[in-house]
Design a protein around this ligand. Structure first.
Ligand SMILES: Nc1ncnc2c1ncn2[C@@H]1O[C@H](COP(=O)(O)OP(=O)(O)OP(=O)(O)O)[C@@H](O)[C@H]1O
Length: 362
């Protein structure tokens, strides 16, 4: 299982199967003006695109970086639409050899937009071919093998590359440097998600009150994909158990039924937090111990539950192990022990959570 992509998880930011993709396609904003939130990115992108249009040139290549479900594919489609050009879609993992990339590049028409999703997963030889294509609109196609191999230069039509990555840090410098415009997409504010939920409800023909939309938005973990998914579950509830109208009460009841709480934590998140508080007094406790206590693999706890708990300021990764914050006690309605565990300086170790530094697990 790709833990973060667990399809059974309502609050996973990853896309869930073909059915969801069809619905997502219907909900995608089509033009920059309809794209909600990401103000700065939108404004900067508008200047890049419309500047190029005025000059009659292809715009700089664009790199979109940000977590899953934040709108990178949507923006790539919008870029093509704003430029009045077709969009060709591929992805890093789909291009296994340089020849695969040459085949795509050599058939691009002038001005066309090429979207490469998960560009950080491009194989090395393809990546090197892309450098030259991006800079000089030229590729060297190698014919033959061994000492007799020859590189035949091939001109390609000027195009715009839109690369998307959830892991900007994994992108080699030379590739990143060839993008003239890099857009970092942040999590959305609840007010922005509310607008997205209301817009999606309109497109899905769902009647929703403002406080119903706020209720869904608040539990969507800053991510439009999750907001749209929760909206569909709430709609089901309202249609089957109510009069079809989504209001605050029906949204609350439905999401409680699906075990997504007011902050967007689901059953696993709450189990991890609850165990940390109830069994370990708020920590510090090592990752493996914590995982065993909730009957999960350490990887699942680390990859699926922790990032959001850390982002919410409910859990911290310290050199001594996992520690709950004061907000965690408050969120679960528990009283912290007199000696508050979270005092002094915290060291957030990011991807290396100090598992080995945990003396309780040596
Ligand atoms: N700013 C936005 N306004 C309205 N809807 C949005 C916005 N951003 C994303 N969405 C909706 O969220 C869903 C997911 O967006 P999208 O597929 O573009 O995300 P992504 O960043 O490409 O995800 P992944 O990294 O998994 O490919 C789509 O249905 C899209 O319509």
């Amino acid at each position: 299982m790709s833990a973060a992509g667990d399809p059974e998880r309502l609050v996973s930011a990853d896309a869930d199967g073909p059915e969801e993709q069809v619905i997502e396609a219907a909900l995608r904003p089509k033009r920059l003006d309809d794209f909600i939130g990401q103000e700065r990115v939108r404004e900067q992108l508008s200047l890049v695109l419309h500047g190029a249009l005025r000059r009659g040139r292809t715009p700089d290549h664009v790199l979109l970086s940000g977590g899953p479900g934040l709108g990178k594919t949507t923006l790539a489609m919008i870029i093509a639409a704003e430029l009045g050009q077709p969009l060709r879609i591929s992805s890093g993992p789909a291009i296994e050899r340089a020849g695969d990339l040459a085949a795509v590049l050599s058939t691009l028409a002038e001005g066309e937009v090429l979207f490469l999703d998960e560009i950080h997963r491009l194989a090395r030889p393809a990546e090197e071919m892309l450098y030259m294509a991006m800079e000089d609109f030229r590729v060297d196609v190698v014919v033959g093998k061994g000492p007799g191999a020859t590189a035949i230069p091939l001109d390609i039509a000027p195009f715009t590359l839109v690369g998307a990555t959830t892991r900007a840090g994994m992108l080699p410098g030379p590739l990143r440097d060839r993008f003239g415009f890099v857009a970092h997409m942040d999590f959305y504010e609840p007010a922005e998600l509310e607008v997205i939920v209301r817009r999606s409800a309109r497109l899905l023909d769902v009647e929703i009150t403002d406080d119903g939309a706020a209720e869904v938005a608040g539990r969507s973990r800053g991510t439009p994909r999750i907001a749209n998914r929760l909206l569909r579950r709430v709609r089901d509830y309202a249609e089957v158990r109510g009069d079809g109208k989504v209001d605050r009460e029906s949204a609350r009841t439905a999401l409680a039924l699906y075990e997504v709480d007011e902050r967007g934590l689901d059953r696993l998140d709450r189990a991890v937090l609850g165990s940390l508080l109830r069994k370990f007094g708020g920590g510090p406790v090592g990752l493996s111990t914590l995982a065993v206590s909730v009957g999960e693999e350490p990887e699942t706890v680390e990859v699926v539950a922790e990032p959001f708990l850390v982002r919410q300021g409910l859990l911290a990764r310290t050199p001594r192990g996992r520690v709950a914050t004061g907000a965690a006690w408050a969120h679960l309605g528990l009283t912290p022990p007199p000696t508050a565990p979270l005092t002094g300086t915290l060291f957030d170790l990011g991807d290396d959570p100090g598992e080995k530094a945990d003396p309780t697990e040596q």
